[in-house]
Design a protein around this ligand. Structure first.
Ligand code: ACO
Length: 435
C-alpha cells in the first residue's frame, strides 16, 4: 500500500477469469500487454488458453518500431523523430531515405556516397525491357509495376541472402534506385512511347521526370518547381508506420523471401482503392460531382452510405492529416507552374462543406494525403491509373527500412495470426449420390 493507504501503482493489469475465479497479473510494457501472456489464462491444463480477437488489427501492435511515429489524434507524423513538416520543407527524398534506412540524418560525405550509389543503380537489365514490352498496350501501370518489381528478383541470384548485411543493403539500394525506372517505363508503355534510359547527371527526382517526360530533346531539364514538388511528394509518402502495404512487406518478408518479392507484395497491397488507389478514386468522385452546385447532393449520398467521400478518413488520423496540409500548399506551387486544375474548386468547396457537417465532424473524418495529391498528378497529365505507382516510388524507402528492422528484430518470427474457427464440426464425407 502507498503512504496514503492507496494501492501502489504497478505497470501491470490484473485479470480475473470469471469461468474459474482465478486472477492473473499481466505486465504492461510500453502501454501494451503481450497477447501471448493471455495464453496462461486457461480453464484446464488441456485448454489452449485465451486469445485476443482483433480483425483488421484495430488494436494490435504487431511490432516495436523506431522508424515512424504517428499521433493520429493530434495529427503528428515524425520520421525517426523529425517532424514531416520540417523534412518536407528542408530535406530531399534521398536524404529522407538515408534517414529511414539508418536512423540518423546523413553527414555531407555520407549523403554524397549514398546519392552516388543510388544514381549508379538506376539502370535495369535490358531483358527487363523485353519483359515490359510483353504487356498489352492497355495494361494497368500499377499491375505492370508490381510484376516488374517481382521480376527483378530473377536477375539477382543472391537476393535471398538477406541475413548478410552487405548483400541486404546492396539490394535495398538497388530497389530504391530502380523503382523510378520501372515506374517510368510502365507509364511510357501505356502511352506507346519509347522507354527512356536513366540520366545519372540528374537528381533522383529529376531523373524520374526525365524518364517520364523526355521526348526528342538531347537533354531533359526538369522544371525546378515540378522537381521540388515531386521530391516533397515522395518525402510525404516515404513511410507511414504499420499501414496496409508496410504490413504486407513485413508479413511477406517474415517468410525470408527476397526483398524484391516482398516489395512486389507491398506494392500489390498499395494497389487497392482503400489504400494507394484512393487518390484516383478522389478524381473519379470529383469528376462525378462535376460542379460545385452538385456537392450538397453528393454529401447527402455519403450520409446515407450510398457513396464514400474518398480522400477523407483514416484508420489512424482522427484529425487533419499533416501531409494533406502540406500537399494542399504544394498544389498551389504546381498550379502556378502548369495552370490550375479546375477540379480544385470542387475539392476546396467539398472540404469546406464536409468540415462543417456534423456527420464528418462527429466521425472525425478529415482530408487525408490522397485528397489533393491526385489533383497535382492530374495537372501534370498523369493518367489516374498511374497515381498508385507514384505513391509506391516514395513508399519504397519506408518499406525497405521497415523490412530490415523486422529482420533485425529478434522477437519477430514468420507472421502467422491465429483464427477463431466458426465452421462446421468434424463430419464424414458424403458421396455425390447422397447429397
Ligand atoms: N466517407 C464517408 N464515411 C466514412 C468515410 C468516408 N471516406 N470513412 C469512414 N467513414 C465512416 C464509416 O462509414 C463509419 O461510419 P459509421 O460509424 O456510421 O458506420 C465511420 O466513418 C468509421 O469509419 P471506419 O470505416 O470504421 O474507418 P476505418 O478506419 O475502417 O477506415 C478508411 C479508414 C479505409 C481510410 C476509410 O476512412 C475510407 O474508406 N476512406 C476513403 C478511402 C481513402 O481515402 N483511403 C485513403 C486512406 S490514406 C492512405 O491509404 C494513404
Amino acid at each position: 500500500m502507498g503512504a496514503a493507504g492507496e494501492p501502489k501503482s504497478r505497470e501491470s493489469v490484473t485479470l480475473t477469469d470469471n469461468r474459474t475465479g482465478k486472477t492473473y497479473e499481466l505486465p504492461i510494457e510500453n502501454g501494451a500487454i503481450r497477447a501471448a501472456d493471455l495464453r496462461n489464462v486457461k480453464t484446464s491444463e488441456e485448454d489452449f488458453g485465451l486469445m485476443s480477437f482483433d480483425p483488421a488489427f484495430m488494436n494490435t501492435a504487431s511490432c516495436k518500431s523506431k522508424v515512424t511515429f504517428i499521433d493520429g489524434d493530434k495529427g503528428i507524423l515524425n520520421y525517426r523523430g523529425y517532424p514531416i513538416e520540417q523534412l518536407a520543407e528542408r530535406s530531399t527524398h534521398l536524404e529522407v531515405a538515408f534517414l529511414l534506412f539508418n536512423g540518423e540524418l546523413p553527414r555531407k560525405a555520407e549523403l554524397d556516397a549514398f546519392t552516388h550509389e543510388i544514381i549508379n543503380h538506376t539502370f535495369v537489365h535490358e531483358n527487363l525491357k523485353k519483359f515490359e514490352e510483353g504487356f498489352r498496350h492497355d495494361a494497368n501501370p500499377m499491375a505492370m509495376f508490381i510484376s516488374s518489381v517481382a521480376a527483378l528478383s530473377t536477375f539477382y541470384q543472391d537476393s535471398h541472402e538477406i541475413q548478410d548485411p552487405q548483400v541486404r543493403r546492396q539490394h535495398m539500394i538497388r530497389i530504391l534506385a530502380k523503382v523510378p525506372t520501372l515506374a517510368a517505363w510502365a507509364h511510357r508503355h501505356s502511352l506507346g512511347l519509347p522507354y527512356i534510359y536513366p540520366d545519372n547527371e540528374l537528381s533522383f527526382t529529376g531523373n524520374f521526370l526525365s524518364m517520364i517526360f523526355k521526348m526528342s530533346e538531347a537533354k531533359y531539364k526538369p522544371p525546378v518547381a515540378i522537381e521540388r514538388a515531386f521530391d516533397v511528394l515522395f518525402i510525404l509518402h516515404a513511410d507511414h508506420e504499420q499501414n496496409c502495404s508496410t504490413n504486407a512487406m513485413r508479413a511477406v518478408g517474415s517468410s525470408h523471401v527476397d526483398p524484391y518479392s516482398a516489395t512486389a507484395a507491398a506494392s500489390a497491397a498499395l494497389y487497392g482503392p482503400l489504400h494507394g488507389g484512393a487518390n484516383a478514386e478522389v478524381l473519379y468522385m470529383l469528376r462525378e460531382i462535376g460542379t460545385k452546385t452538385k456537392i450538397p447532393e453528393f454529401v447527402k449520398k455519403v450520409k446515407t452510405k450510398e457513396a464514400k467521400l474518398m480522400g477523407f478518413g483514416h484508420r489512424v488520423y482522427k484529425n487533419y492529416d499533416p501531409r494533406a496540409r502540406i500537399i494542399k500548399k504544394l498544389a498551389d506551387d504546381v498550379f502556378n507552374a502548369v495552370g490550375r486544375n479546375p477540379l480544385l474548386d470542387i475539392a476546396l468547396e467539398l472540404e469546406r462543406i464536409a468540415l462543417q457537417d456534423d456527420y464528418f465532424v462527429s466521425r472525425k473524418l478529415y482530408p487525408n494525403v490522397d485528397f489533393y495529391s491526385g489533383l497535382i498528378y492530374q495537372a501534370l497529365k498523369f493518367p489516374v491509373d498511374f497515381f498508385p505507382v507514384l505513391f509506391a516510388i516514395g513508399r519504397t524507402a519506408g518499406w525497405l527500412a521497415q523490412w530490415e528492422e523486422m529482420l533485425m528484430d529478434s522477437e519477430q518470427k514468420i507472421a502467422r495470426p491465429r483464427q477463431l474457427y466458426m465452421g462446421s464440426p468434424r463430419r464424414d464425407y458424403v458421396p455425390m449420390s447422397a447429397r
